[in-house]
Design a protein around this ligand. Structure first.
Ligand code: EPZ
Length: 417
């Protein structure tokens, strides 16, 4: 397994481009299952999770063409509405094929995605919504088996805000008979990007980005061309990486509009941030002020940026509390940060962090995607060398991470196993 070796102490400066959003690309690629014709996607990030999903779609009979950041999918030859355990276990977002398959084929057999490092990650809301739309759904032998001659529009109220739950049900509703209303819907920008793609394919959707989404079912969707939105979490991650080193950076091909809560916290920490239509400029002071935060659904502070900010707080001036309200086990990075000398006390879903003068480099282990990013950020300012093991977690969600960091002056090397 590859490792990342970081020599701490460089002040990061320069300019890098942000890639397409992983969490928009995954549902949007699944949307291609809804139509019997080619759909062209651009700005698709070259990530492990995307490769895994394309392999899953291909084994279903979808024609896949990929050239650089452009992916063309043609599901006219869809023959196998099955997502097997072997593929779903490596990428739980594969569950996003469930809604499109049930709507397009009238049947779907999708392996239950297991839990992961950050939590149990159940999909009961996805199932409940499909059942409310008239699907017969059984869970047996580790598979979700859904069948419906044709889904019917329904009023759906999810028990909690669920991003992929909203996305699965919105995709299923596109081909249902009648209108579906999703209440308590997720407002994340990636949901809006998916809705925009579906509308380009002929879907009739209103309200995406709010907590009530209305979808009027149509008989079929047609091909379209859609550019994936920039990755707001990659953007926030690099802003944190530069801020912690007291550096300055210009991030291009990105949007500040989806990151208000994160930018607000960076300003609170002492950074100056200038937002332009397609870029963000940040410059940071030598020492950041510790900032407290509480994760919550969009537009509040995103859980996917929690680990990165914990790394910032580890070397900031003062103390802060971090409350994780979305996932039950999303502090796995804390014990690894403690190996670097961080002063963190965990009490349930709250972490108390007191800034220390310097972290010391050590060997640490990545446990999940954003926890890995947190360790990279800490390694950039730790004294000496930090070796991060199991960086395949990073490769799932950050395109060319070592190259981009090196372009900003970081002393980072990927050690091939
Ligand atoms: C999406 O996961 C993202 N993944 C996650 O990003 C992100 O952290 C999360 O949304 C929250 O913003 C993708 O978009 C591919 P949820 P998702 O359903 O949809 C509970 C990353 O690092 N829940 O919004 O799986 C669930 O357990 C990843 O890029 C149920 O109980 O998250 C959690 O506590 C990590 N039953 C809460 O709701 C359900 O049926 C929110 O989960 C569904 C969810």
């Amino acid at each position: 397994m590859d490792k990342l070796l970081i020599e701490g102490g460089s002040r990061l400066t320069g300019e890098i481009a942000i890639s397409g959003a992983k969490n928009a690309a995954l549902p949007i690629l699944c949307a291609a299952l809804l139509c019997a014709g080619p759909v062209v996607f651009t700005n698709v990030p070259q990530l492990k999770d995307v490769t895994t999903l394309l392999a899953l779609l291909e084994q279903m009979g979808v024609k896949v063409e990929r050239e650089g950041d452009t992916v063309t999918l043609d599901a006219s030859g869809l023959t196998e509405p099955v997502a097997p355990y072997e593929m779903v276990k490596t990428m739980r977002a594969s569950v996003l094929v469930l809604g499109p398959l049930a709507a397009r084929c009238g049947q779907a057999s999708v392996s239950l995605p297991g839990g992961c490092a950050i939590g149990a990650r159940p999909v009961d809301q996805h199932i409940k919504g499909l059942q409310a739309m008239g699907a017969k759904v059984d869970v047996e032998h580790g598979y979700i088996r859904a069948s419906a001659s044709r889904l019917k529009g329904a009023r759906l109220v999810t028990d909690m805000v669920t991003v992929t739950g909203t996305e699965n049900l919105m995709m299923a509703a596109c081909l249902a008979d009648g209108e579906t209303v999703i209440e308590n819907a997720a407002c994340e920008p990636e949901v809006v990007d998916l809705a925009n793609c579906l509308i380009a394919m002929g879907a009739k959707i209103s309200g995406a980005g709010s907590d009530v989404i209305r979808i009027k079912g149509v008989s079929r969707l047609h091909g379209a061309r859609h550019r994936i939105m920039p990755d707001r979490i990659e953007t926030g991650t690099y802003l944190c990486a530069v801020a912690v080193t007291g550096g300055s950076v210009r991030l291009t091909s990105t949007q500040a509009s989806s990151l208000d809560a994160v930018i607000g916290k960076l300003i609170e920490a002492g950074c100056s941030v200038r937002c332009e239509p397609n870029s963000i400029h940040l410059s940071a002071p030598g020492k950041l002020a510790a900032v407290s935060l509480r994760t919550a659904p969009h537009p509040a502070f995103p859980t996917d940026m929690q680990a990165q900010f914990m790394a910032l707080d580890c070397v900031a001036d003062g103390a802060a509390t971090i409350r994780e309200t979305i996932f039950e086990n999303r502090f796995m990075h804390a014990v690894e940060l403690q190996r670097l000398g961080a002063d963190i006390h965990i009490d349930g879903n709250t972490a108390m962090v007191r800034g220390v003068e310097r972290l010391q480099g050590a060997t640490v282990m990545a446990t999940d995607l954003r926890a890995s990013a947190s360790l990279v950020i800490a390694g950039l300012v730790a004294e000496g060398e930090t070796m991060i093991e199991r960086i395949y977690h990073l490769d799932r969600g950050y395109e060319h991470l070592d190259e981009k960091l090196s372009a900003l002056g970081a002393r980072v090397r990927r050690l091939k196993s």
